[in-house]
Ligand binder design. Structure first.
Ligand code: IVH
Length: 670
């Protein structure tokens, strides 16, 4: 037994070390294969000897599928913001003012990056991460420990030999690296999900995901810039950060001591362009007084420390000529104007096109033919037209008119009063709308029909094989084989993908149909409430708005959708093909108020239902499933092998444990 415990500890130490070498130092010493072997051995041991399980073990960094709502915690010290400036002169003024406040000619300051992510506070006790809290309102934030634990560059269990204080807080920024951001947006585009405007939004969105396994898959990273403790190793900021790097935290190599205004200027000029080579987004530089004593003397204003200032980089802007405005029709019939530009280099990428969004924006900017346009890419990754250089307008240039007829099908366009969008009403005859719906229907998070992406959807439409989504289920391999680019394998992929999609649950079928305003989230709520397609088709506006979170706009969209015979016919063909048109039994039959007002933590493993099922069971009986135990937890649904730390915490707070059978009895399912 002793041997097992030792081996487990050794594997954890080794895995933590190699995680650090890989994710923080960028200097792996062993192959992925060897790493995986060690991980597998540890997983096997932890499974066999659950008494040695540890929530901070490297095996738990893959996230869990339990959803959670976030609890909040108060920050030990408030998380303040920084005074900002876009002006080098003001940085110089700040430097002079702190020198004079300190009664010195010059003083040492530290220059570092201003990371453009989302800030986080990590609390460590005895070297172990006990809590991760978002900035929130500065006074209190959301506890997001489970998601933060999935970030591999953050140490979870820091050995005492590193010299870390017994108790400390470290603050930093959670970021989604550019490469991961681009991958995520490509994936979202393919699934018809809204794109993240920048890595900052993507990072904060990811941190607030309810599902830590999903968060783990997104590839977040974290850099640190501020350590707080009663027993800091050094009396200056620079050495403390360098020390924290030894504890395992990621620090960017940019960290520099600066002794004069000249050094500050050089630092700004150098990093203004050099930052473009960094793997993560930055929006400026931060300067801090190095000596902690000087920081203490300078103190804080109500909002920010006097000992620090942020210099923000100006948004990059370019001037380029408009070639022409194209009008593009989306799956819901919305016509979007797009500025096609003379290619121009902006923040490292070539920009050729920028959305002008709608008619009002064209009017507001007063864009004329061949105008010189200002394009900006600030924190926003998607280029934006911010203005027109009117002086350079050609004398005979006419203002850009919005098209009156659909550029794809020629139907007169309509503009609903009070709304910005212009719509082509020819839903069932306008090719880009139909193709868009086919592509959306087949997308990964919808029916997940492998092999039908944007291009194939267009090809299948153009050759006349698929004119509505139900046609997908009539496709034969021999029809596909004769199409350009198709071979036996790709044809088979489409057929099998369609077959497989017949198992997709009802809520996904609903989301895949392109009902106005009914996306993945709304469809779940609707499916749970209406149970099957037939009920939904016959519901009145009043009945629809009685469903929680369904407002009049969504209800209008649903009614309008089912009023159209094309849709009814298509749905009956989908039903005949074997798609799921009702909610699965297990999520539908249970429903009571038995758990109203309860906040329940699920822990351990179960025999009758999966953890995910228990989560929806709790909710369908009016209870709330929460991720971690706190004073507010009312019960724990305790399966086999509940982790020792959870057990201890539950006991210390006097929270009752329910066995699986007791729980089922409580909801009347035993
Ligand atoms: S120091 C009390 N250093 O900027 C001083 N903040 O506007 C605390 N940030 O919420 C902040 N990089 O999220 C500091 N090197 C850096 C930073 C940084 C990014 C963020 C941080 C903070 C915001 C302040």
């Amino acid at each position: 037994m002793q041997k097992t415990a030792e081996r487990i500890a050794e594997l954890r130490r080794e895995l933590n070390k190699h995680n650090h070498l890989y994710y923080v130092m960028n200097a792996p010493e062993i192959s992925d294969r060897d790493f995986d072997f060690m991980m597998k051995e540890l997983e096997a041991l932890e499974k066999e000897y659950p008494e040695y399980d540890d929530p901070l073990s490297p095996t738990h960094r893959v996230g869990s599928d339990i959803n959670m709502s976030f609890e909040q915690a108060e920050h030990v010290r408030p998380m303040l913001s920084l005074a900002n400036t876009y002006n080098i002169d003001e940085v110089e003024k700040w430097y002079s003012s702190i020198c004079s406040a300190l009664g010195k000619e010059q003083t040492t300051i530290v220059g570092e990056m201003k990371y453009d992510g989302t800030s986080i506070s990590l609390i460590y006790e005895g070297g172990r991460l006990i809590r991760a809290v978002t900035r929130g309102d500065g006074e209190r934030g959301d506890i997001v420990t489970e998601n933060v634990k999935t970030i591999k560059s953050i140490p979870l269990d820091i050995p005492a030999e590193t010299g870390r204080p017994d108790s400390f807080e470290i603050r930093g920024e959670i970021l989604l690296p550019w490469t991961e951001f681009e991958r995520l947006n490509r994936e979202r585009e393919a699934n018809d999900e809204p794109l993240f405007a920048n890595p900052r939004n993507a990072a904060s969105g990811t941190l607030k995901l309810q599902n830590s396994a999903e968060a783990a898959s997104r590839g977040l990273d974290a850099y640190f810039y501020y350590v707080l403790s009663d027993s800091l190793p050094h009396s200056n900021h620079f050495d403390n950060l360098r020390e924290a790097a030894k504890w395992g935290f990621k620090m960017a190599p940019i960290l520099t001591r600066l002794q004069s205004i000249k050094a500050v200027d050089d630092f700004i000029n150098y990093w203004d362009s050099e930052r473009k080579h960094l793997p993560v987004a930055t929006d400026g530089l931060v300067f801090k007084a190095d000596s902690l004593r000087e920081q203490l003397n300078l103190g804080f204003t109500a909002k920010s420390p006097r000992w620090a200032i942020a210099y923000k980089f100006p948004a990059e802007r370019a001037l380029t000529q408009l070639q022409f405005v194209s009008f593009e029709v989306g799956r819901m019939g919305v016509v979007t104007p797009v500025a096609n530009l003379d290619p121009v280099l902006l923040s490292g990428t070539i920009v050729k096109r920028a959305s002008l969004h709608n008619e009002d924006i064209i009017k507001k900017l007063d864009i004329h033919q061949h105008d010189m346009l200002y394009v900006e890419k600030g924190g926003e990754i998607i280029p934006k037209i911010t203005g027109v250089d009117e002086k350079n307008r050609q004398v005979d240039a006419r203002p850009i008119d919005f098209v009156t007829h659909c550029p794809a099908c020629g139907t007169p366009l309509i503009k609903i009063s009070g709304e910005a969008a212009t719509i082509c009403p020819n839903k069932y005859g306008c090719p880009p709308q139909i193709i868009g719906r086919i592509e959306h229907f087949a997308a990964r998070k919808m029916m997940n029909i492998d092999g039908i992406g944007a291009e194939t959807a267009k090809q299948l439409f153009d050759c006349g094989l698929v004119r509505s989504t139900a046609d997908i289920y009539d496709l034969k391999p021999e029809q596909l084989l004769i199409l350009d680019g198709f071979g036996p394998r790709s044809a088979q992929r489409v057929i099998e993908g369609a077959e497989e999609s017949k198992h997709a649950p009802f809520e996904r079928v609903l989301a895949a149909l392109s009902i106005p305003n009914v996306g993945a989230t709304v469809s779940k709520k609707v499916a749970r409430a209406v149970k099957n397609m037939n009920n939904l088709m016959n519901m009145t506006h009043e009945e629809l708005t009685a469903i929680p979170d369904i407002g009049p706009t969504i209800a209008d969209g649903i009614i309008e959708y089912f009023a159209d015979k094309n849709n009814i016919d298509n749905i009956s063909r989908l039903q005949a093909a074997g798609l799921q048109m009702e909610i699965r039994q297990d999520t539908n039959t249970l429903s009571s108020e038995a758990l109203a007002g309860q906040s329940i933590v699920i822990s351990g493993t179960f025999t009758h239902h999966s953890r995910d099922e228990y989560k929806s069971i709790i909710e369908s009986h009016g209870g709330k499933n929460v991720g971690s135990i706190s004073k507010k937890t009312t019960a724990i649904l305790a399966g086999e092998n509940m982790g020792p730390s959870k057990l201890e915490k539950a006991n210390s707070l006097g929270i009752p444990l329910l066995t699986e059978t007791e729980f089922l009895k409580l909801i009347g399912e035993a």
